[in-house]
Design a protein around this ligand. Sequence first.
Ligand SMILES: Cc1ncc(COP(=O)(O)O)c(C=O)c1O
Length: 378
Amino acid sequence: MIFTQGESRGNLTKHDLCTPALILDLDMFESNLNKMASCARDCRFQLRPHTKSHKCPVIARRQIEAGAVGVCVATLSEAEVMAEAGIPGILITSELVGKPKIERLMTLAKRHPDLMVVVDNAENVRQLAQAAEAHKVQLNVLIEMDVGSHRTGTAPGMPTLELAQVIARTPSLKLQGLQAYAGFAAHIVSFESRKAGSEEAMAKAFETQHLLKKHGIDANLLTGGSTGTYNIDSQLQGAIELQAGSYIFMDLDYRRIGGRGSDLYEDFGCALTVLSTVISRPSADWATVDAGLKAFSTDKPYAPECKTVGNIAYSWGGDEHGKLNLTQADRQVSLGERLEFIIPHCDPTVNLYDCIYAVRGEKVEAIWPIAARGYIPY
Ligand SMILES: Cc1ncc(COP(=O)(O)O)c(C=O)c1O
């Protein structure tokens, strides 16, 4: 059964759903969406939210309607899905290397002239330029800088300037700016430490932007930032476009980083949960639910947290099972009972599901396809 447009589901309620199911609390989601959008308006920064968190064109459309200038994507197939859904202003935030991806990129760039992609290497630039020339397109590129994550990106300063000069000499490419995503700073625990980390990273980006300008190269767009640093980066002396993604859903990984003057980071609420069913009651102190390793990503060292009943301790029980220790639980749970869990890490959990149930109260208002889940090869 494929739902394409976020269809209304009549009288469907949460209780009618087979589990495990990915649930989005629409009130919380809209509050998160609007909070970031109004912060962007008030602080005058441009928002290009990262869709790697949701991979869902319906949500991307809601972000654009709330004022985003476009969206970021992590993969070529995410870009294709978003473009097909009519989402404008797509920035591919990972380098696309090798002929198969470059050819597919050209097909997309031909149809969507506002598409942008990051680069960090002269050889990749040469191959992109050659393909762009052959396909008669002018490809928009941003130089990705390494501002501290040591994952991808050119070193700030001269190495970035040298690559910018190569691009400036290449007619089939247009340098639109710089990407400086300080991923390492996003999850630094404590607001003050996170602020120091992000400010140090972004200072390198501003200095490099200035260096390019001194050499006659305008790299006006400076894009980066995250859910964890939105209220830090938006206060910097210099214009930055924000790529935050997780803010619409939130998760345990983000909640624990702490906010301004608080132990929990609650600027945005946990809107995404996994709904499960108690399928066994082996003993008075134990229950088992139908949501295990295949229902949550397991890349973080935290277990899912039960939202329905307090003080239940979840542990992994296998692919399809989660074990619940009820020794400290606020109350007993019964066979067949539905329990919701806040997820450890939103992006890779969403990637496990075909659709999101968008719920208001108990009512399922819509079913949104996670159309860009996985990687779509051809
Ligand atoms: C390049 C890039 N930009 C932005 C983000 C969004 O970060 P967050 O979901 O923490 O807001 C990510 C997340 O991994 C990313 O890789």
